[in-house]
Structure formats: structure tokens, C-alpha cells
Design a protein around this ligand. Sequence first.
Ligand code: KG4
Ligand code: ZN
Length: 356
Amino acid sequence: MRVLGIETSCDETAAAIVSEYDGSFVIEKSVLASQAKIHAQYGGVVPEVAAREHAAFLFPLLEELGVPRDGAGIDALAVTYGPGLVPALRVGVEAAKALAWCWGKPLVAVNHLEGHIYSVWLDGEGKIQNPGTKIQTTQSNSVEFPAVCLLVSGGHTELVLMRDHGEYELLGMTRDDAAGEAFDKVAKLLGLPYPGGPEISKVALNGNPRAVNFPRPMIESGDLDFSFAGLKTAVRVFVEGGEVGRWGGDLDIADIAASFQQAVVDVLVSKTLQAVKKVVPRSVILSGGVSANKLLKEILESELRRVAPEIPFYVPELSLTGDNAAMIAAAGIMRAKRGAFADPLTLVADPNAKLN
Ligand code: KG4
Ligand code: ZN
């Protein structure tokens, strides 16, 4: 099966062609137009601006991808229908509906977070990975279920139990800001550009993570929910309250960034370990934009090795941690194989789409 994936849920316009042979995925080509620089001037993503840019870039991207105008050779289309910013989502959804309708090809509606999960089955362009469940191959990346998934992006922070392909149960989620959102807001506060996650982690390399003991919200709440708004406020109070000087003047932005990052990572790792203890999964998956964070990857991996050395841990390849359309196409292939198609006459973008 050869699927065209389209992703426009936030500030990346993306398209990709992914093929599946005997249960293995190949990214034939994946293209992306990032709007990060445009939104950086506003300090965050402006939905209407994002939609305008998606509309301008999507079809040129399909040309770059080499999609034939009659859809020849494409078996199905997969598009992100939510969650995300409605004006942005709508551009991809309406384009995919129009193409599916014209070409007479099946359409699959993919949840953006499900796409992030499937990024761990992918392995860069042209390489093959096996998405098999029960069929174990020599390839390292064949995830066994149930899997505990820590999904950390700019809009979401969730712990999800994946029982099988397409079967999800929400274990816990953030009650306010997402982890990536907290990174972005704290970066803004520290005068760092958008998107803030990569900036904070870069600056934090030169800081002392134990310089400031920021709160670890809800770490011992007894459930698997998160809250990052209070942590962001704690950083603001610290910065605006002149605490920096009061601590002797030798604390700098790097120490604050490192201490903040450590607090976020401590909470994410602790909650994931609590989830692992509770459901005893056969795999652990970390994905979403924040899975690019080196400290998070390293600490989660080493803690898992310590408490549950037998459970494999999967993280997407760095180039696939952020939004991309290959992951949407891969998730779409698995849905298409189950016959879960959407109607090109009625599909609508859903900003609050839930994993199901
Ligand atoms: O999944 P994603 O690309 O888009 C959404 O679905 O939201 O995630 C973007 C988020 C942003 O908040 C960005 O700051 C964060 O991922 N991010 C990081 C890092 N790289 C990206 N956060 C922490 N550390 C990073 N290295
Ligand atoms: Zn995303």
C-alpha cells in the first residue's frame, strides 16, 4: 500500500509518501515547509497566519513530493483531522477531501497524536521498519503491546495505554499547559525565541540543574495527570521577583533554564514510571516534539533500565520527533488496513479529536 500523508495541524505544512510491504514501512519521500520563523515574530503560533501559509505551501509541496496530478500510484490519502488549530487543520482536511473525491481514492482521517506514536515505527527516508505486532523480526523496532506511550508536544501531554494498533486508553493528561507549551512560555520569559524547547535545552547545557529548586507539580498526586502552569508561574515569579540577584548574582539564564528543564523532566519521568508500575506494559514509547529533548530521553531510558530492564523503550529518530507527514501516512496505513476510512463528503477538522 502506498499512502500520501498530509499534515497541517500547527505550524508545519507537511506531505509524505509512505509505502508498506509485508508489514514494513518505507518513507519514499517526506517534505516540509516550516513556518517557525514567521510565528517567532509573534512569540507563538497565530492560527490564521498558519492557515494562510498552509494554503500557500501545500500544493507546491505536493509538486515537490512528485505527486502525479491524477493521483496515479497512490492507494489512499491520510490527513490529520485533529487535534490542532482549526483554521490550520481545515486547509489540510479540505485539500485531502478534494483530492480523494477527484481521484476516487480512499481517505483516512488520522489523529495527530496517533501520528506521533507511529513515528517510532519509521526510520528516516528509504529505510524499512517493521510495524508488526505479534510477528517479531530481527529489526529492533517492532513494538510489543500493550505499550505505555508518553506523548509530549506543544499542545498535549498525555500518558496513553496502547493495547493494539488503534486501541487506546487515556491514563493521564495535563490539567493545564502541555510540557512543550511550558518550554515555549518559559523561553519567552527568559527572552529566548520561539519555539522555546530547543532553545532552553541548548542554553541549559551551560547551566546547573540544581541551582534553583523549582516545584515538581503533581509528582506525588497519586494519579497520572500533569500540571505545568504552576511551574511556569514559579519561573516567572523567580525571574520577575528579582530572585536572581538575591541569590548572589551568580545565577544566570542557563541555571534557570537547566533548573526548569530538570523539573519538567523529573515530573515526566516519574509519572511514566508510575504508569509502567501500574499497567506493566511490554513496551514504552516516548514521542511528540518534546521527545527531541536529550535530557528527557536519557533520564527516562536510564530510569526504565533501572526499574524495568526487560521492557523495551522506543523513541523516534530525531528528524521525526517534530510534526511531519510520514508519521501521519504510517498511522493512515494501519487504519486503512483495518478498513477505517473517512467520507470525503463529510469529514470535518476536529480541534479536540480524541485518540480512539
Ligand atoms: O509535536 P510538535 O512538533 O508540535 C505539536 O504537535 O505541538 O511539538 C512542538 C513542541 C514545542 O513546544 C517545542 O518547543 C517542543 O516541542 N520541543 C522541545 C524540544 N524540541 C521541540 N521541547 C523540549 N526540548 C526540545 N529539544
Ligand atoms: Zn505534533
